[in-house]
Design a protein around this ligand. Sequence first.
Ligand code: ADP
Ligand code: MG
Length: 133
Amino acid sequence: MNIKSEQEMLEFGRDFAKDLTRPAVIELVGDVGAGKTTFVRGLAQGLGIKEAVTSPSFTISKSYALPDGGRLVHYDFYRLPEPGLMEDDLIENINDAENIIVIEWGESIADVLPKEHIKIEIKYTEEGREIIK
Ligand code: ADP
Ligand code: MG
């Protein structure tokens, strides 16, 4: 699927929210600037979250209350090659079936992700971005 602009990525995220059943663990794969966080912004909008979603690259995780209970928990492990206690936090949040978990740069915690988790890959193309599922 071709995504030509930031707006289209937000729309893709909003659409993705409509079909999402819980519990959900989504791994986002793509280079720096590919649009992973932009996708999460759209996803949050589609889930009815009013708060602005910003990158958790410095805080490692950010979490937002979902209107009907549970939380959207957004992780970015880019700056944390040794996940340590953050791995325990992630496992706890994955184990709450009301939550939706989204992870950027999840290589270091790959072994704690459920085998059937959703993986979305975003690639740069000449026209924008390509979504590979
Ligand atoms: P990541 O989280 O993957 O590092 P971000 O979502 O933070 O990436 O940043 C993506 C940047 O690329 C944003 O500044 C966005 O405006 C820009 N951009 C340009 N074209 C696109 C596109 N087709 N899809 C997503 N983002 C795009
Ligand atoms: Mg990001």
